[in-house]
Ligand binder design. Structure first.
Ligand code: TRP
Length: 329
């Protein structure tokens, strides 16, 4: 079996669609920031955002905003490789080779495709989306892919494609593993605490955006759905709303939900503390964000420099795969 000759090669991606929210931050981005090292690759996957209808101007704007948010949240282009997917030509090129290995049957089983198919108006790109994602991952000899729980199926598919390719054509790809956040890292919608916080599904009141004003954050947390028995206790099943606030606090304070629960006896105090904790973390990020957004060209330059570094590695893997299947060019 092919293995990566360093310790651990990490890659993850985020779509530039809409503003980053608290769920993205606690579930993924904070882990990326913590785990950045010279073998970490983080990309803004703009090609993936073409799979659902999006205005060109909106895609352009979202791309810069997403990159600026990640930089503001602490992604350091000197410590890791931070880049824009569409600037590395080997992603779509490898994706094509992998499309010729993946089967209709396995793509048909992808639940995200089924959920979003209607919105894509029958376009093929949404169907082959997970193959492009597999290319993103396999190009870098990735050993670990830190992603949210909703990506389990896509990671499994990338593994299957890598194994099949290796079996058919000889050892070419490192077979990657997903790494998933601990249960508590899953932030739920403040208004519907049984469903995940998400930029597409949730109500505006249920989602706390990285760029919300401090007043809005306080207001949204104050209006968060709890329950009527007025006891601060961690119990995700019986008390999903209260437990979500405790999970958020524990995530931000790097403590545990039960330790947080002991500090409060009233919902009002719990909510005030949660709002303040979010603002304490988001405040400095918002200041850095404003600095980056004042110079969008610099944000793009930062990503282009990352793409150059990424391309060197991606090219070597792509060539290996292309040669393996018999391409002579
Ligand atoms: N599909 C991922 C998501 O929606 C984004 C993504 C694209 C990704 N390519 C990737 C994540 C490669 C990890 C690795 O969250």
């Amino acid at each position: 079996m092919l293995t990566y000759d360093g310790d651990m090669r990490v890659l993850s991606g985020i779509q530039p669609s809409g503003t980053i929210h608290l769920g993205n931050y606690l579930g993924a981005i904070r882990t990326w920031v913590r785990e950045q090292h010279e073998d970490a690759f983080y990309c803004v996957v703009d090609l993936h955002s073409l799979t659902l209808p999006i205005e060109p101007a909106a895609l352009r704007q979202n791309t810069v905003e997403c990159a600026a948010s990640l930089l503001a949240a602490g992604i350091d282009p000197d410590k890791c490789t931070f880049f824009l997917q569409s600037e590395v030509q080997y992603h779509p090129r490898l994706s094509w080779l992998l499309e010729c290995v993946a089967t209709m049957g396995e793509l048909n089983r992808m639940t995200q495709y089924k959920e979003k198919a209607e919105k894509s108006l029958g376009k093929v790109g949404l169907f082959t989306y997970p193959v492009l994602q597999a290319a993103d991952i396999l190009l870098y000899d990735t050993t670990h892919v830190p992603v949210g729980d909703d990506q389990r199926q896509h990671i499994e598919l990338a593994r299957n494609i890598a194994e099949r390719f290796n079996f058919n054509y000889g050892d070419t790809f490192v077979v990657p593993e997903g790494t998933f956040p601990a249960a508590g890292a899953r932030v739920m919608d403040l208004q519907q605490p049984e469903r995940k916080m998400s930029k597409s599904v949730s109500s505006p009141l249920g989602t706390v955006s990285l760029l919300d004003s401090p007043e809005d954050v306080i207001k949204k947390v104050k209006k968060a759905v709890t329950d009527t028995d007025a006891e601060v206790r961690y119990d995700r099943k019986a008390k999903p709303g209260v437990s979500n606030l405790l999970d958020i606090l524990a995530g931000l304070h790097e403590s545990t939900p039960s330790a947080e629960a002991e500090k409060y006896s009233r919902y009002g105090d719990l909510k005030a503390a949660t709002g303040d904790a979010i603002n304490d973390v988001f405040g400095p990020i918002q200041q850095r964000y404003a600095t980056y957004m004042a110079d969008p060209a610099e944000v793009l330059r930062i990503m282009s420099r990352g793409a150059e570094r990424a391309s060197t590695i991606a090219e070597a893997t792509y060539r290996r795969a292309a040669t393996a299947v018999g391409l002579v060019g």
